[in-house]
Design a protein around this ligand. Structure first.
Ligand code: GLU
Length: 465
């Protein structure tokens, strides 16, 4: 791929909700591409939809970017703080004849549309206010606030070599004279995005393929402004595991929901990177490897499917290797969400170390470790089936031993062995009821290790029950 001297990419979310997974993925690709080529990555907040943009959404987007570790070199730049610049460019375009004021009222536009529909024509602006050599425009009505429209070229074809999809062509006759400035003085997306990408010297635009139909307008506006064109790469949408478009109704679509759901940011970054991009047959890679390998090639042309099971698997791999003190902090946060205050201390870290191998998320880890924090309810029928008279006597004997032994794994193990020897039981005959009583479940890691991480008093009280 031939590359300009300074690669500059950007992500330009609209702050009308949380950071969507699709946007997070294009942010990641834009970030990795800039980092790979030693370029720069810009965060721009496209807040021109004033009615729907909120500060809360901006905060969520920034938090999600921070969580994923997508650091930016410039920004956040807010479009609403650049209105003067857009208006100046609009005036230049009007002077140059590449844009014009249109005074059509909504009623006139509706009538235009109805007429076109009745005649079976394509709906489009009919060019009433578009200047042309020798054309006499209607008298300017005093009471109508105009919009500004872009004078789109009438013929020819817009073509670009998409970084993801390859060559794409759209004929200009398919494209209307787009409104670029609303009557309230706020520019529309397709115009502001071009001025920004130009001013911010963006060289490569990665975004979702729902914007493919916008790109010809944008290219035409770039050309009208004699601004250098960036390269465009349109990534296919992400599908849910049911093959339909990923949406709120089909499970979590926000990055934040996965943070809360107990996923690690490095796992999320890994999974998002791999969703729509590949490097050989690697499934697990660090952020450094993403930067090293991501050069804008090997991007998938067809939609990727969100696979919760695979994400869980990826997360489990990272959880196994994660530092235990860090896991303790994350699990303490999970407990806090459940209303439990638990210190992220060494003991919690030791518990994380013992259980992390069998968990896919810190939510599951907290599920396991809840037995250390709150009373358990042993399943009554299972317990009844396990506790014969001999077992009952052995449990009492074990409890007595545990009351006095040193409180560590080796001593607990010895106490259990002595007890089963004395009562001629097999290990599971004693270990399972102990698990049921103390942990509330029949399966755990090695029981001596599990017990050693409880307070002695808790174990004695639960065995007595
Ligand atoms: N605000 C647009 C969006 O969130 C940005 C699209 C673009 O990257 O050009 O979809």
């Amino acid at each position: 791929m031939s590359t300009p001297s300074k690669i500059r990419t950007r992500i330009a979310p609209s702050p009308t909700g949380f950071l969507h997974l699709g946007t997070a993925r294009t942010a990641l690709y834009s970030w990795a591409f800039a980092r790979h080529f030693g370029g720069e990555f810009v965060l721009r907040i496209e807040d021109t939809d004033v009615a729907r943009s909120t500060q809360d959404s901006v905060d969520q987007i920034l938090a999600a970017m921070r969580w994923l570790g997508l650091d930016y070199d410039e920004g956040p730049i807010y479009q609403m703080q650049r209105l003067d610049r857009y208006l100046a460019v609009i005036e230049q375009m009007i002077a140059a004849g590449t844009a014009y004021r249109c005074y059509c009222t909504p009623e006139e536009l509706d009538a235009m549309k109805a007429g076109q529909e009745a005649r079976g024509e394509k709906r489009r602006y009919d060019g009433t206010w578009r200047p042309a050599p020798g054309k006499v425009l209607p008298p300017v009505p005093a009471d109508v606030k105009p919009v500004v429209r872009f004078a789109n070229p009438v013929d020819g074809v817009v073509t670009w070599d998409d970084l993801v999809k390859g060559p794409i062509s759209i004929a200009n006759e398919e494209i209307d004279d787009l409104i670029i400035l609303r009557p309230d003085g706020v520019p529309t997306y397709n115009f502001a995005v071009v001025v920004d990408d130009w001013d911010m010297a963006i060289t490569h635009v990665f975004r979702g393929d729902e914007h493919i139909n916008n790109t010809p307008w944008q290219i035409n506006i770039f050309e009208a402004l004699k601004a250098p064109l960036p390269r465009f790469g349109h990534c296919p949408i992400i599908l849910g595991d049911d093959g339909l478009k990923l949406s709120k109704r089909r499970g979590a679509v926000s990055v934040t929901a996965y943070e809360e759901g107990g996923y690690l940011p490095e796992a999320m970054l890994n999974y998002l990177a791999r969703l729509g991009w590949s490097h050989g047959d690697h499934e697990l890679f660090t952020r450094e490897q993403v930067v090293q390998w991501f050069d804008g090639t090997h991007l998938a042309k067809s939609p990727a499917q969100w696979d919760p099971a695979k994400l869980a698997w990826v997360n489990a791999q990272y959880l196994k290797q994660a530092d235990d003190a860090r896991l303790a902090t994350l699990v303490a946060q999970q407990f806090a969400r459940r209303g439990l205050t638990v210190a992220a201390d060494e003991r919690l870290a030791a518990r994380c170390a013992l259980f992390k191998d069998r968990c896919s998320t810190t939510v599951e880890l907290a599920d396991w470790l809840a037995m250390y924090e709150a009373p358990v309810t042993p399943p009554a029928d299972e317990l009844a089936a396990q506790t014969t008279d001999t077992v009952r006597t052995a449990l009492a004997a074990l409890r007595e031993r545990l009351a006095t032994v040193a409180w560590d794994k080796a001593a607990i193990s010895q106490a259990i062995k002595d007890t089963i020897g004395e009562h001629k039981l097999k290990m599971p005959q004693l270990a399972i009821p102990v698990r049921l009583l103390v942990c509330g479940r029949a399966q755990t890691p090695s029981i001596d290790a599990v017990l050693a991480l409880f307070d002695r008093e808790t174990v004695l009280a639960r065995l007595a029950a």
